[in-house]
Design a protein around this ligand. Sequence first.
Ligand code: CMP
Length: 139
Amino acid sequence: MSGNITFTMIKPEAVEKKETGAILKRIIEGGFKIKALKMTRLTKEQAGEFYGVHKGKPFYESLITYMSNGPILAAILEKNNAVADFRKLLGKTDPNEADECTLRKEFAESKSKNAVHGSDSDENANIEANFFFSKRERF
Ligand code: CMP
């Protein structure tokens, strides 16, 4: 059975462009409930750990440099079928391939600077949520 939470991050370039409000509005209107929310900044080491699954890939070093380059907005979202439904709202990694009305079509600059992250499985949603939030910070 699919779980009911997913994890998202609004990435540094979208925060810098003051798009957090517009993106959160789309998420809430998409039926997701915000269970935890935090503006924070990753160190390069933390970004490396978060994206550890991509270690060794050609884009890994630039990804962790970019993700530690400025503040991000991290959130836990709740909805039935949260992971799959959020990935639908998010759109494909490359905004040029993303469907109309998706967050990446609207807000992403490129495949690497793609504005918003979303977990790819229930297992990773829990790992990623726990990476950013303690039990006390969730309701
Ligand atoms: P995200 O959904 O946060 O998960 C991994 C991230 O790595 C992805 O978004 C992109 O920011 C980045 N990424 C994935 N594939 C590529 C690629 N081929 N080239 C550059 N960046 C990528």
